[in-house]
Design a protein. Structure first.
Length: 165
């Protein structure tokens, strides 16, 4: 049986997730949550996410990068040319599979029709940006957990949602 897919995303109310290749906010509590969730696990991610995540190779993470650039591969890094190839590699490794974006990786994952758990930090603001999380609210998610929080700049909610087709 294929593994459950964990999607990790922090998204504004207008579905923005990124700007100029970076996160459009700095929310330390969310960053810590993201790092804790993915430590020791397989992280499937696009090339830009890989190149801009300073801690991707720390804390026992095993990245599977989706890219045409095979030269990114190393002892620690697997490279795949498509999401399906990345998931096949991820299935062969021990640990949970965490899908960490970006936009196209999320869209293709949501379209797979596989059981998935969405670890969503919904930032309660409309934020300017150029990268988006696809619309997810049309799927019949079951809410497993929800926690409201805030810092000096943003209010946000940590959701754990599960969808079984
Ligand atoms: N808020 C959040 O939770 C969150 C999460 C993730 C990302 N982000 C933000 O989103 C932005 C990065 O995401 P992005 O969507 O621009 O880029 P990305 O997906 O990280 O990287 C894009 C590149 O990855 C490869 N790629 C991605 N999907 C592919 C697919 N389905 N098949 C084949 N190749 C694929 C291609 O690499 P090659 O060109 O090398 O072939 C493509 O040029 C940043 O601003 C980042 O901070 C935010």
């Amino acid at each position: 049986m294929p593994k459950l897919l964990h999607l990790q995303v922090a998204c504004a109310e207008n579905r923005v997730i990124g700007r100029d290749g970076r996160l459009p906010w700095r929310i330390p509590e969310d960053l810590k949550f993201f790092h804790d969730q993915t430590a020791g696990q397989i992280v499937v991610l696009g090339r830009v996410c890989f190149e801009t995540w300073p801690r991707v190779l720390q804390d026992g993470r095993r990245p599977v990068v989706v890219s045409r650039n095979a030269a990114l591969a190393s002892d620690q890094v697997r490279v795949a040319t498509s999401l399906s190839e990345a998931l096949a590699i991820a299935e062969s490794l021990p640990g949970e599979i965490h899908i960490c974006g970006g936009q196209r990786i999320y869209a293709e994952t949501l379209a797979l029709g596989r059981p998935m758990r969405l670890h969503l930090t919904l930032v309660h603001a409309d934020v300017p940006g150029d990268t988006f999380f696809p619309e997810w609210r049309h799927l019949a998610w079951r809410e497993l957990d929800r926690r409201d929080s805030a810092d000096a700049n943003y209010r946000y909610t940590f959701y754990t949602l599960e969808w079984v087709p």
